[in-house]
Design a protein around this ligand. Structure first.
Ligand SMILES: [Zn+2]
Length: 400
C-alpha cells in the first residue's frame, strides 16, 4: 500500500487523481521509480524493445520457464491510482515475498509493467508486442498521430523495429496472472471479495442502414409511408429486449444515428445506425450476431424497408484458462475469501497474454464502481486480499 501511495505522487493531480499518460515525462518518471523498486527488491531488472519493464526472480536451478504476473503503470488523464498500478505493484509485492521466503520454484517468476495499456498512443502496445500481435500496420493511422508515438518511443529508448521484435516465445511461458480493480459494482453489490475473470469480452460493431422512401411529412398518409426511422427505432428497442432476455450478461449499444434527408418536414429515407455488441466468448458473439442481424432483417421487412449491414473491425474475446481460473478459486477458498466468476467487459493486457499462455485475472471490488476517474478507490483490505490470492495462485503446483 505504501508503494501504491508513493507512485500516486508521480503525476498527481489537484483533484487527487493521477495523470501518467504512456510515453509522457510523468510515465518516464514512474517507470524510473519502478525500476528502482524492482532492483531494491533484489530482482533482475530488464526492459524489452517495446519498453515493457520486467523484474525477474530466477529459479534456484537455471530454467527457461517463466511465470509472469503484472499489469500496467500508465493511466488515463486524471485517472485513479489503482487502475494498472495495483496489478503491477501487487505482483512486485508477491514476488518479493516469495524471494524473502527463499522458496525454490521450478520456474522463473517475472513481474511486468506493460507499456501503454490505456492507449494514449496505442492500446495494449506492450502486451500486444510481447504476444506477437503488434504489426507494422499498427504504426499507421494512429488516433494521436505518428509524431507523438515517435517522440514517445524516443523518450523510452525504443523504436518501431525494437517493439516489433519484442515477442516472447510462448514455449518459454508457464502462464500469466493479472490483478485489477473490477471497475464495476458486481462484487461490491454481492458482498464478494474476489472476482475471477473467466473471459474478457469480444467487441463487434456494424453500421446498419435502413432504407425507405422520402416523402412529404404532411401530405403522405401514415399508412403509405416507408419511414426508415420507424424501422431503426423499432430495431433499437427490440434488440435491447433480445439481448437482455437471451444474451445476459452480453450488452449492445447504439452510439450514432444519421438521418437522410434530415428535415422536420421530410419522412426519413435513410437511417444509418452504429451498433456495437459485446459478449464473453466467440460462440456467444456468433449467436448474438445472427440473432441481431436476423432481427434487423425481420423489422426491415415488416416496415417495407431495405437493410444494409456493413461490419467494421472489432476485437475477439479472450477466454481465461480454466485451470488457472480453478487455481485462483481454490486459493481464495483456502484464504477464507468469497469469490465469484465473472466476465470482464473492459479490455486488459491479459487478453493479449491469453492468446499465448494459460492466463486469468483476479478482480477486487471498486467502491461504487468508479474508474478512469480521480475518485477511483479500492479498500486496503481488498487490495491485500487480491495480493494474497495471487501469492497462493503463483505457488500452485498447476504450473509445474
Ligand atoms: Zn487497467
Amino acid at each position: 500500500m505504501a508503494n501504491l501511495n508513493e507512485l500516486a505522487q508521480i503525476g498527481a493531480t489537484p483533484e487527487g487523481g493521477v495523470t501518467r499518460l504512456a510515453f509522457s515525462e510523468a510515465d518516464v518518471a514512474g517507470r524510473l521509480w519502478f525500476e528502482q523498486k524492482v532492483k531494491a527488491a533484489g530482482l533482475r531488472y530488464e526492459m524489452d524493445g517495446a519498453g515493457n519493464q520486467f523484474g525477474i526472480l530466477p529459479a534456484f536451478s537455471p530454467t527457461k520457464k517463466l511465470l509472469l504476473c503484472g499489469s500496467h503503470l500508465d493511466t488515463v488523464p486524471n485517472g485513479g491510482k489503482y487502475d494498472g498500478a495495483l496489478g503491477t505493484l501487487s505482483a512486485l509485492e508477491v514476488v518479493q515475498t516469495i524471494k524473502e521466503a527463499n522458496l525454490d520454484l521450478p520456474y522463473d517468476l517475472g513481474v511486468v509493467n506493460f507499456t501503454d495499456e490505456e492507449g494514449s498512443v496505442m492500446s495494449l502496445f506492450g502486451s500486444h508486442a510481447v504476444a506477437g500481435q503488434l504489426t507494422a500496420d499498427h504504426f499507421t493511422n494512429l488516433r494521436s498521430g505518428t509524431v507523438d508515438l515517435v517522440a514517445g518511443m524516443a523518450r523510452l529508448g525504443i523504436t518501431q523495429e525494437s517493439a516489433l521484435a519484442a515477442t516472447i516465445d510462448p514455449d518459454t511461458l508457464v502462464g500469466f496472472v493479472e490483478i485489477h480493480i473490477e471497475q464495476g459494482v458486481r462484487l461490491e453489490n454481492a458482498g464478494i471479495s474476489i472476482g475471477i475473470v473467466t473471459s474478457i469480452v469480444g467487441i463487434r460493431s456494424a453500421w446498419l442502414t435502413f432504407g425507405g422512401e422520402a416523402a412529404h411529412a404532411g401530405a403522405k398518409p401514415m399508412a403509405d409511408r416507408r419511414d426508415a426511422m420507424w424501422g431503426a427505432t423499432a430495431f433499437v428497442q427490440r434488440a435491447k429486449a433480445l439481448v437482455e432476455s437471451q444474451f445476459h450478461p452480453g450488452v449492445c449499444n447504439f452510439g450514432q444515428l444519421f438521418v437522410e434527408p434530415g428535415a422536420f418536414n421530410i419522412v426519413p429515407a435513410k437511417v444509418k445506425l452504429a451498433l456495437e455488441y459485446r459478449h464473453g466468448t466467440e460462440p456467444q458473439m456468433d449467436d448474438m450476431r445472427t440473432a441481431l442481424f436476423d432481427l434487423a432483417q425481420t423489422i426491415a421487412t415488416e416496415y417495407g424497408l431495405t437493410l444494409q449491414v456493413e461490419e467494421v473491425m472489432g476485437c475477439i474475446s479472450a477466454p481465461s484458462d480454466e485451470k488457472v481460473v480453478q487455481v485462483i478459486e481454490d486459493s481464495a477458498e483456502k484464504l477464507g475469501l468469497s469469490s465469484q466468476r465473472l466476465i470482464s467487459f473492459a479490455g486488459h493486457d491479459t487478453q493479449s497474454m491469453a492468446a499465448i499462455t494459460p492466463s486469468a485475472m483476479i478482480f477486487v471490488p471498486s467502491v461504487n464502481g468508479v474508474s478512469h476517474h480521480y475518485a477511483e478507490y479500492t479498500k486496503d483490505a481488498d487490495c491485500v486480499n487480491g495480493a494474497n490470492v495471487m501469492l497462493h495462485t503463483l505457488l500452485s503446483d498447476c504450473w509445474h
